[in-house]
Design a protein around this ligand. Structure first.
Ligand code: PLP
Length: 435
């Protein structure tokens, strides 16, 4: 039996936060609504560890939802960031780190040109505008369970039939924003073929996560991304691969490193975020030179940003990517494998149904048996059991994502001690979840 850790300080801050911020948080999942209880307010972080305002330490399996590839407060990254801060924090002019980070992204991925923005949402929004401007068409295709940020046109739910247009996924999104969006079941070639047969001439772009991670990890079936690329090409639509989560994390080349680099196809446009900002607000979209040249000021598709390419954010991203070599990805794989083996042992012993799915160094855990191929499969899991698992892990010093639909992120700083802490916590938590 694990004793709950004291969290009066987090509780008091949560009360104050709720008085001045909707739900007390600045991004919904942080509020613990899916698991209940009080979100822990974090005061500092070092390596693989978070410390909350009550002085509790936790092994961090959120890693800021992906960005902290090297771990928190990496001394060399901090040194470069601090030196950049001392030179001034924003100029509103072109800078050298922007060029260097763009060169690094072009080196690792199949994009020819890159434009920086400040969030993944901005990246996907801008990529879609560019695709519409380039093709002169207006329809966008996306998949259920794929998240591309809170862009109006992409906060859409499937309409009544496979090839019918979507309806808004939240109040506040007008139907006019989603009635040019088609939402299809993921990994379903027949649905894609049907949608393109009916609307192909109007489709500007299809956007898809390189390997979906926002319904838990649901890998593309072999050849699915290649099929999407080919389908788009034959219809004159652009293929946008959203690598905001997978970019520079699933592999050194992102999700594309798992299939496109091997099979020899390239997306027309890609979006990036998270790791490439090194923990700062930075994101990007990029792609074929002939498409990107339609962007202002070279072309006439307008796009801009006061803090785009900010020198601190690009310095942090560059400092992170320059240290993200083979040994880092090998470490993520080893740490992930150790935790996955611990999950299998503990959950099996406790009789807790589960399914682990992976994409390169990334993995997630579904509390259900059997393969998860799409959002309907992902939704059929035991969310109550996850809430029990989450709280038992938290009380044992492991901060899991407070939702059953997220990846469990590790970093290069997840050393033996951090991994062992997770392994020690799993059996008791699995028993609590199975109870
Ligand atoms: N695209 C994907 C695949 C994401 O995972 C996310 C965020 O989790 C986004 C886009 C949106 O990025 P941001 O939260 O930086 O706006």
């Amino acid at each position: 039996m694990v004793t709950p850790r004291p969290h009066a300080g987090s509780g008091a801050l949560f009360e104050r936060a709720r008085a001045v911020t909707p739900g007390g948080v600045n991004s919904p999942v942080r509020a613990f609504n899916a698991v209940g209880g009080t979100p822990r307010f974090i005061r500092s972080a070092q390596g693989a560890w978070l410390t909350d305002v009550d002085g509790n330490d936790y092994v961090d399996l959120i890693c800021s939802w992906g960005p902290m590839l090297l771990g928190h407060a990496h001394p060399e990254v901090l040194a470069e960031v601090n030196a950049a801060v001392a030179r001034g924090t924003s100029y509103g002019t072109p800078t050298e780190p922007e060029v260097e980070l763009a060169e690094e992204i072009v080196r690792r991925t199949p994009v020819d040109r890159v434009r920086f923005v400040s969030s993944g949402t901005e990246a996907t929004m801008s990529a879609i505008r560019l695709a519409r401007g380039f093709t002169g068409r207006d329809v966008i295709v996306k998949f259920a369970g794929n998240y591309h940020g809170h862009v109006d046109a992409l906060l859409a739910q499937a309409g009544s039939g496979l090839a019918t247009f979507a309806v808004p996924g939240t109040p506040g999104v007008p139907t006019s924003a989603t009635d040019l969006t088609l939402v299809l079941p993921y990994n379903d070639r027949a649905a894609v073929t049907a949608a393109f047969a009916e609307h192909g001439q109007r489709i500007a772009a299809l956007i898809v996560e390189a390997t979906p991670g926002n319904m838990g990890i649901v890998p593309p079936e072999p050849g699915f991304n290649a099929f999407l690329t080919e389908t788009c090409r034959s219809a004159g639509a652009l293929f946008i691969s959203d690598e905001v989560m997978t970019g520079f994390r699933a592999t050194a080349q992102g999700g594309w490193g798992l299939d496109g680099a091997v099979e020899g196809w390239t997306p027309d446009l890609m979006t990036f975020g998270k790791v490439m900002g090194g923990g700062f607000p930075a994101a990007a979209f990029g792609g074929r030179a002939d498409v990107m040249s339609h962007l202002s000021p070279e072309g006439n598709v307008y796009q801009a940003g006061t803090l785009s390419g900010n020198p601190i954010a690009t310095t942090a991203g560059l400092a992170t990517l320059r240290r993200a070599g083979d040994e880092v990805y090998a470490h993520l794989t080893a740490a992930g494998n150790a935790i996955k083996a611990g999950i299998t042992d503990a959950f099996t012993a406790a009789g807790l149904p589960h399914r682990i799915q992976s994409a390169g160094t990334m993995f997630s855990v579904f509390l259900r048996d059997g393969e998860v191929r799409n959002f309907a499969d992902a939704s059929a899991q035991d969310e109550k059991a996850y809430a029990a698992l989450f709280h038992a892990m938290l009380d044992a010093g492991v901060y899991l994502p407070p939702s059953a639909y997220e990846c469990w992120f590790v970093s290069a700083a997840h050393d033996d001690r951090a991994v062992q802490t997770v392994l020690d916590a799993l059996p008791g938590a699995a028993r609590a979840a199975a109870a």
